[in-house]
Design a protein around this ligand. Structure first.
Ligand code: SN0
Length: 312
């Protein structure tokens, strides 16, 4: 693996999931793998789980970890040929090259603008880091993907599945703010490669980008989608076609007990942070079938599996 930006960077997905589970079983198994190596994590946007779990993953491998809130420093210029006479103090070309002098691996977290679809879907911040850094780059969530979250989700499903081919449903859920499509895009991209009966359900107007939904079964009736499901993965996203907008609040799409009763005693999954009683009813997220905390725990082992492969 050269960089970790999406599932496409992974040579053997099954092997990476198994490695995550092996590490979970004994987190300090490779505790000297990263000795005298430095992991630099740059956050252009806030993070709780990604920051702490990736930091812990690096520490479990013996790495030194430096985290930086990049949004608080000066602004970086990404435009080729820019005349830099405004507020941007440094070009990505120098910044990525300089950080590479201190880091053996660079992690980058960035969110989309949700205004300019073409720019967001170019995923320029992360791709520019790859282009101008001289060390491997790992996505800590980019404008359009969140691969470490998805790997943790695949590890979690592997742990809790009761059949060889579980029915896995990604359902849109309501939210008061316009959110990125990154978690959902990535979830589909990873889930498609797994032996799942995969179903996507959302209200009309919340269709995701064709590059992520290609080959995925879409069911507009949420209740029908839930029938016999083994895993319900809930996530809000703003519209892709009417880019970044909340078209229809669709409050009736909240996940509640009545809908969960239609499933095959499904496990409930969410990447967190979650708005209780908007996205999901207390009774569902408080139940023994909710896996959110286990998902968050698996973030460490997902990051550790990826860092181990990058170190090699
Ligand atoms: C982010 C998102 O991409 O949807 C991070 C997910 C890992 N979610 C939020 O920012 C939620 C913020 C809120 O106000 O609830």
């Amino acid at each position: 693996m050269e960089n970790f930006l999406s599932v496409k960077d992974v040579e053997d997905i099954d092997k990476l999931i198994k490695l995550g589970l092996k590490i979970k079983n004994k987190p300090l198994r490779y505790k000297n793998k990263g000795r005298h190596k430095t992991l630099v994590l740059l956050f252009f946007n806030p993070s709780l789980r990604t920051r702490l779990s990736t930091q812990k993953a690096g520490l479990n491998l013996g790495m030194s970890v430096i985290s930086m809130n990049a949004a608080q420093g000066w602004k970086l210029e990404f435009e080729e040929g820019a005349i830099m006479n405004a507020d941007k103090a440094e070009h990505i070309k120098e910044a990525a090259a300089v950080i590479s002098q201190y880091a053996d691996i660079i992690g980058v977290r960035t969110f989309p603008s949700l205004n300019d679809k073409a720019k967001d879907y170019e995923d320029r911040v992360i791709h520019n880091f790859v282009q101008y850094a001289s060390v491997p780059v790992i996505s800590l969530e980019s404008a359009i993907r969140h691969p470490l979250q998805s790997l943790a989700d695949m590890i979690t499903i592997e742990e809790y599945k009761k059949t060889e081919r579980p029915k896995v449903v990604l359902t849109w859920a309501p939210h008061p703010r316009a959110l990125p499509q990154a978690v959902s895009n990535s979830f589909l991209e990873w889930a498609k490669t797994r032996p799942f009966d995969l179903v996507l359900t959302h209200p009309q107007g919340y269709e995701l980008s064709e590059q992520f939904v290609e080959g995925v079964k879409i069911e507009y009736d949420q209740k029908k989608a839930f029938e016999n499901a083994d895993f319900i993965y809930a996530k809000n996203w703003s519209s892709y076609n009417q880019y970044g907008q909340i078209l229809n609040p669709a409050k009736e799409w909240m996940i509640d007990d009545e809908k969960m009763k239609l499933t095959n005693e499904a496990k409930f999954m969410h990447c967190l942070p979650v708005r209780r009683n908007i996205v999901v009813a207390d009774s569902v997220i408080n139940s023994k079938n909710a896996l959110c905390i286990q998902q968050a725990n698996n973030r460490t082992f997902a990051a550790q599996a990826v860092l181990k492969q990058l170190l090699e």
